[in-house]
Design a protein around this ligand. Structure first.
Ligand code: ARG
Length: 468
């Protein structure tokens, strides 16, 4: 099928027919239909500005504004047929407006280009989505903080190399995730701030042949500032890259807690139970309860990272100013925005429903001899034994425990004194190997002692309040 160039808005110069592939590879409407609100918002502001500088009269402006509302309603009701030959959202809106109100609509494109139109659409969209996601992530932080507060007296092994290291209060790893998500919220605030610049009014790339009022546009569209340079305004995509980076890091953080959820739900760990509503069964194995949401989150992190690299690569090496390559920004932007929202909702549902199994944590602490370091340190501090000797004595005791199949907390005094005579002292020994006492010995700032965790939780509350 050939398309006559005469029904295209960029008709004029060309006279021949347009090949199917030109239409098919060039359309972006299947994606940028999602930007219709921002596009119409930009057109309203532009129309008001044209009236202000005398290009439109009041009656024409009124007709355009009313027509734009009709178009917006039609798109919202999914009544607008999408036509590849009309390429993008800008042309769909303008074309429909012409059908509805005729002549005045033909004046709307005065002093603007689709290049500055798409730029303003994506700036508005990045601002909106950064704000929504930022608030959502702050809510996730609140969920984590609530779980931390609830579980401050539960003791869990901390791991290095995925081997039991030392006992922690469960609030501690939960708050570790809190802080990384809190920084994601800060990154989104930065993305919002950088997108808070008006590109509209830059025309195709060098400005327009009219004395337009960009300050008026800035106020109408509520931007904090105006791009200083029209070429930069239509050619740059770092406002989107910031958003993709922020959502990508968020997804990576989400994948890390997701991985812990997956591990903790396994029979081998059994630290955690998730509510049925956020797990799935197997079609063949009746006993299964799978943490699919966590696995999907872990998988989606790859997809979001891909979106970031995709646009980085499209923009790399592009000469100034606008190039059609830039149309490839839509797919990563829209996809990452939606996927980040899904990740957030799924993660919040899981975090809110977490039920911890402290007995199993306790037995892992025992099996992992999690307080071995504490025992060595106690020998140093209380019995004045050199650390090398202490380390050796505890190593010997652990080997004996392994032989007998008992944890450090249940080995007899006789057996203990075979490793070191000082271990015969009951009070000294029991106190040294108790997991909760061990956690509370980590009194350095940012450590896992109860009062230190309370300190960081207080700071967390303060920061959440400040963040709004
Ligand atoms: N559909 C284009 C985009 O989304 C709009 C700008 C087209 N400009 C052009 N000169 N063909 O980027």
């Amino acid at each position: 099928m050939k398309h006559s160039s005469n029904d295209k808005l960029w008709q004029g110069r060309s006279s021949g027919d347009v090949a199917d592939i030109t239409v098919e590879i060039g359309q972006s409407i299947d994606l940028d239909i999602k930007l219709y609100r921002e596009d119409i918002q930009g057109s309203r502001a532009h129309a008001r500005m044209l009236q202000k500088i005398g290009v439109l009269d009041q009656a024409e402006l009124d007709q355009i504004l009313e027509g734009l509302s009709t178009v917006e309603g039609e798109i919202a009701a999914r009544q607008m047929p999408l036509r590849w030959d009309l390429e993008d959202i800008h042309t769909h809106v303008e074309n429909r407006l012409i059908e509805l109100i005729g002549e005045p609509a033909r004046k709307l494109h005065t002093a603007r280009s689709r290049n500055d139109q798409i730029a303003v659409d994506t700036h508005l969209y990045v601002k909106k989505k950064s704000q929504e996601l930022r608030f959502g992530i702050l809510d996730l932080c609140r969920d984590l903080l609530a779980q931390a507060e609830k579980n401050i007296d539960v003791t869990i092994p901390a791991y290095t190399h995925l081997q039991v290291a030392q006992p922690a209060r469960l609030a501690h790893p939960l708050m570790a995730h809190f802080w990384s998500f809190f920084r994601d919220a800060e990154r989104l605030a930065f993305a919002l701030d950088q997108a808070d610049r008006l590109p509209l009014g830059s025309g195709a790339c060098l400005g327009v042949n009219y004395d337009t009022d960009r300050e008026f546009l800035r106020q109408e569209l509520k931007f904090g500032s105006i791009y200083e340079n029209s070429m930069d305004a239509v050619a740059s995509r770092d406002h989107i890259l910031n958003f993709l980076y922020a959502t990508s890091v968020f997804a990576v953080h989400a994948s890390r807690i997701a991985e812990e959820i997956i591990l903790w739900c396994s029979v081998e760990f059994s630290f955690l139970k998730l509510p049925d509503s956020v797990t799935t069964g197997s079609s063949i194995m009746p006993q299964k309860k799978n943490p699919d949401l966590a696995e999907l989150i872990r998988g989606k992190a790859g997809r979001l990272n891909g979106n970031l690299i995709s646009l980085m690569t499209s923009v790399k090496g592009l000469p100034l100013a606008y190039n059609r390559d830039l149309q490839e920004d839509r797919q990563p932007l829209l996809d990452s925005a939606y996927q980040a929202e899904l990740i957030l909702k799924a993660l919040r549902a899981m975090v809110q429903g977490m039920e911890f199994q402290d007995q199993n944590m306790k037995s892992s602490l025992e099996k992992g001899y999690a307080t071995a370091t504490d025992l060595a340190d106690a020998l140093v501090w209380q019995k004045k034994i050199p650390f090398r000797e202490a380390h050796h004595a505890v190593g010997k005791l652990v080997a004996l425990c392994e032989e007998d199949g008992v944890p450090l907390t249940r080995v007899s005094a006789d057996r203990r004194s075979q490793a070191h005579p000082a271990f015969a002292d009951d009070d000294f020994y029991t106190n040294a190997v108790d997991p909760t006492t061990s956690a509370d010995r980590k009194v350095s700032q940012g450590g896992t002692a109860r009062f230190r965790i309370e300190e960081q939780m207080q700071e967390a509350h303060r920061k959440l309040e400040e963040a709004g």
